[in-house]
Design a protein around this ligand. Structure first.
Ligand SMILES: Nc1nc2c(ncn2[C@@H]2O[C@H](COP(=O)(O)OP(=O)(O)OP(=O)(O)O)[C@@H](O)[C@H]2O)c(=O)[nH]1
Ligand SMILES: [Zn+2]
Length: 374
């Protein structure tokens, strides 16, 4: 056995994780509270997600340097803190701050009960690139969009010594914004009460992320526009029959219409909570119980109104051989996104079902603030 370092052959180099795989590891690390190493813009830092940070790791980070808190501009606005980097705020962390202090800044649950948080002092100067990347990573791990960073002088050594995932921004940011390739893993026949005969396809992204599903109803022609629905996962509406939204009735109506039309494609995209994940959606629901609407709740948590990536829908349709659709939706963004991805939307078919007393305000907010058509 030799332990002396030598340049690896290209074949052996392929054994190690590429940037996509390290990104997947980083998401797992952040969810468990393990720091990741970020390097770019001439500096480097350890970054950890606030939501998963424990006191021992906070002490470890403090032993390395002065931690800085990274939040989104939306969350900073709620805290009346200035986001000097526009979409990102860098916040000074007092020496006395513990994990509960950090959590209270990141999580709006107690904003109304404890309105005067802080003191929240913004940091200026230098680059916010590492902070922005850390928040982006926390979001993509479906955590609260807040991270703690400590600058470090020798990132490679630290990553090696403690077995931490190392990410360079110049490879990480393009990897995060590119559309992840999706493999058509398997398809099988599925008879459905509402839609009749169909096939369920499972698509798996190559970044370790959530699988998405396509339900092909009947045998739609690839040469004609196909009746299509891009449905985003809603555990509460689709499975539990929640009355707070219209998702369940929309799902069922779409399946029925496709069955009646003799064909269609329903894409079931695992973008729960408009892309923020079920835990964050429940945080948003808790804020809605405090009186905020669906858009305000997302912003107070630090998210955009809608964090979904509809390019996935276009990619799945193309993968199934479709190029023209009749799209069942009330959301003009879905139409625009499919169009911009080269899929021709020949018709928008309205899908107005499931209005209840409980979801009237939610639907009105989507129409007033998110451009949904009534
Ligand atoms: N963040 C958040 N997500 C919600 C809330 N209510 C429902 N959702 C999610 O919103 C998404 C609704 O998806 P869709 O019905 O496909 O999309 P849409 O934008 O309403 O457009 P159309 O139904 O096609 O008109 C699902 O992912 C739900 O989980 C909420 O109050 N907050
Ligand atoms: Zn819903």
């Amino acid at each position: 056995m030799t332990l002396s370092p030598s340049a690896p052959s290209p074949a052996l180099a392929a054994l190690g994780p590429g940037v996509t795989e390290r990104l997947a590891r980083a998401r797992g690390d952040l969810r468990m509270g393990v720091p990741v190493v970020l390097a770019g813009d001439g500096e480097a830092a350890l970054a950890v997600a606030i939501e998963a940070l424990d006191p021992a790791r906070l002490a470890g980070l403090r032993a390395l340097g002065t931690p800085e808190l990274a939040l989104t501009g939306h969350r900073a606005e709620t805290l009346k803190a200035f986001a000097c980097d526009g979409d990102i705020a860098r916040i000074a962390v007092p020496a006395s701050a513990d994990t509960a202090w950090l959590r209270a800044i990141a999580d709006p649950q107690d904003d109304l009960r404890v309105p005067m948080k802080g003191p929240v002092r913004g940091l200026y100067g230098g680059s916010g690139a590492l902070h922005r990347a850390a928040v982006l990573l926390a979001k993509s791990a479906r955590l609260l969009p807040a991270a703690l960073l400590v600058k470090i002088p020798d990132p490679l050594a630290l990553a090696g010594e403690y077995g931490l995932t190392f990410l360079r921004l110049d490879e990480t940011l393009p990897a995060m914004s590119r559309l992840v390739p999706l493999d058509d893993v398997v398809a099988a026949r599925l008879p459905m009460a509402l839609a009749g005969a169909g096939r369920l396809h499972i698509f798996r992204p190559d970044d370790g992320g959530d699988e998405h599903y396509a339900i092909e109803i009947g045998q739609p022609s690839r040469d004609l526009p196909v009746l299509t629905r891009l449905h985003s996962a809603c555990f509460t509406g689709d499975v539990l029959g929640s009355l707070k939204c219209d998702c369940g009735p929309q799902l069922h109506a779409a399946l029925s219409q496709m069955g009646e039309a003799g064909g269609g494609v329903l894409l079931y995209l695992n973008q729960e909570g408009r892309g923020i994940g079920l835990a964050n959606k429940m945080r948003a629901y808790s804020l809605q119980d405090q009186g905020f609407d669906t858009v305000e709740a997302n912003h107070r948590l630090g998210f955009e109104d809608d964090e979904r990536d509809f390019r996935i829908g276009a990619e799945l349709l193309r993968g199934l051989g479709f190029s023209q659709v009749r799209l069942l939706t009330n959301n003009p963004r879905k139409v625009a996104m499919l169009d911009s991805c080269g899929l021709k939307v020949v018709e928008r078919v309205p899908l107005q079902v499931g209005k209840t007393r409980e979801n009237a305000a939610y639907l009105a907010t989507k129409a007033a603030k998110s451009g949904h058509l009534l």
